[in-house]
Design a protein. Sequence first.
Length: 164
Amino acid sequence: MKPNHCDTIFNDDQFQTPTRQQKRVITETTIKKPFQQKQRQCTCKKSQCLKMYCDCLAFGEYCGSECSCQNCHNDDKHLEQRNKVLEQMVEKNSSAQIKCNCRKSNCQKKYCECYNAGVKCSELCKCDDCKNSVKLGYNQFQIGNQKFILIPVQTFEQLKSQQK
DNA sequence: GAGTTTGAAACT
DNA sequence: CAGTTTCAAACTC
């Protein structure tokens, strides 16, 4: 198994089908409520929620009532435009891996994508003075007493069918 | 809550 | 490809 993709979360107790395109970082909020209808809350002002700056779009979710974004296009009224952006994103991220280029945060703050995702920095990273002390292996993380491993969707489906 | 810092994403 | 700018979140006060 090459757990390089961020497509799927597998945890010890259950398999859960992803409801969204996993993009780059799994936020703490997401980990706590994996694949539930957790409404992200973005505050985008200039991106129209049509760029990856938008947290909602970055996870393939629509913006919702809890967002406080301005001139939002990440809704069903702008489906065509939105989906085009998402398609490009999926293509771009089909082999996305968690890596960072941190300069000042020592990979110890949530600015760091690796730290934020709960994974160790890897040789893919170009960070300076890395102090990311996550103990788990690459693409593994733990919240509370729940351990998670990021695996590709394909593998996820295989595991799921084996479980039946 | 306002202002600052940060680094990914976007752009050139 | 590398350097720069833009952006919104993380962080600080």
